[in-house]
Design a protein. Structure first.
Length: 282
């Protein structure tokens, strides 16, 4: 089985290293391409994989072709590949927002998987949510599942809307966690810890809390209540979060990510990017 990757950016490298680390395939069974030849050549040097002169070379080589370019570049990448796929090949897209319908229309291929991994895949701790089109045979689905298992945990869904939902929750999720960590770090520094100590405090607090959640299997709300005594310090902090409408901010932010996934689908369908218009106005 040969695997092709189109897009040698952050995720292209994460996919490459995960597949090799978990021995899913040998380095000689991976081929990567990018808009510019330097990036695939550098990855080929680091990992011993093959690099292609163009995207068509990847489609000719691979049984599974992974699309890993930004959604904004998806149309320009897919249009020239129309008709380049044959029966038995599977396209796996990890591009946020870009629908199965759009991929089928632009490539002319029906055996499609759409997936949303996340960045902890880099250390085998990712979460990938995926959906396969009805044309993908079970044997191909097993292979695709094995690829996602190299990234960490995976879950298959049958409703494509859940891929956009997963994009807003687990796809973008690590950035929300880092955002909370960043703000805890800032407070730790303001309260007198040096940078090294602040790192230790915040990192171990995250790790300990996540492990406790995993270990007990309790609802986060139950765990939160169990550490919040009436009139105590945690209660004072949580009261302030409530007064400043933090839960509403979370909900609005995640909704914004979900809406953006819908906009990315429209961009891949040829509509202008509303975010680009806003950037021009400001
Ligand atoms: N990063 C994440 O945490 C994450 C998580 C889940 C899913 N994703 C999805 O993964 C995809 C890739 O994200 P990324 O962070 O890896 O992006 P990235 O670092 O920008 O990598 C994309 C690569 O694709 C190249 N490219 C652009 N147009 C191309 C074309 N026509 N043919 C071949 N290569 C082309 C880009 O080159 P240039 O830089 O020269 O344009 C870039 O090297 C995105 O669709 C994103 O939605 C990302």
């Amino acid at each position: 089985m040969n695997i092709g990757i189109i897009g040698a950016g952050v995720m292209g490298e994460v996919i490459t290293s995960s597949l090799l680390k978990k021995n899913v395939v040998a380095a000689s069974q991976i081929m990567i391409a990018d808009a510019l030849p330097e990036k695939p050549a550098a990855l080929a040097k680091t990992y011993g994989i093959r690099h292609a002169a163009d995207n068509r070379e990847v489609t000719a080589f691979a049984d599974i072709v992974i699309f890993s370019v930004k959604p904004q570049n998806s149309r320009a990448m897919m249009e020239p590949l129309s008709g380049a796929f044959h029966e038995g090949q599977v396209i796996v897209s990890i591009m946020a927002g870009v629908s199965l319908g759009t991929i089928e229309r632009l490539t002319g291929h029906k055996e499609l998987v759409r997936a949303m991994p996340n960045i902890p895949a880099k250390i085998g701790e990712g979460m990938t949510v995926w959906i396969a089109s009805p044309s993908v045979p079970d044997c191909s689905k097993m292979i695709v599942k094995m690829i996602f298992q190299a990234f960490g945990l995976e879950t298959e869904v049958t409703n494509e809307d859940l891929i956009d939902a997963a994009t807003a929750i687990s796809g973008s999720g690590p950035a929300y966690i880092f955002y909370v960590a960043e703000n805890l770090m800032k407070s730790a520094l303001e309260l007198g810890f040096d940078n090294r100590e602040a790192h230790r405090l915040v990192q171990q607090t995250f790790r300990g809390a996540m492990d406790l959640w995993h270990h007990t299997g309790e609802e986060p709300e139950t765990l939160r209540r169990s550490v919040t005594s009436k009139g105590g310090t945690t209660a004072a902090a949580l009261k302030t979060f409530g007064e400043r409408k933090t839960p509403e901010s979370f909900s609005a932010a995640i909704h914004a990510a979900y809406v953006r996934a819908g906009q990315l689908r429209e961009i891949a369908d040829g509509k202008p990017d509303p975010a680009a218009d806003l950037e021009k106005q400001s």
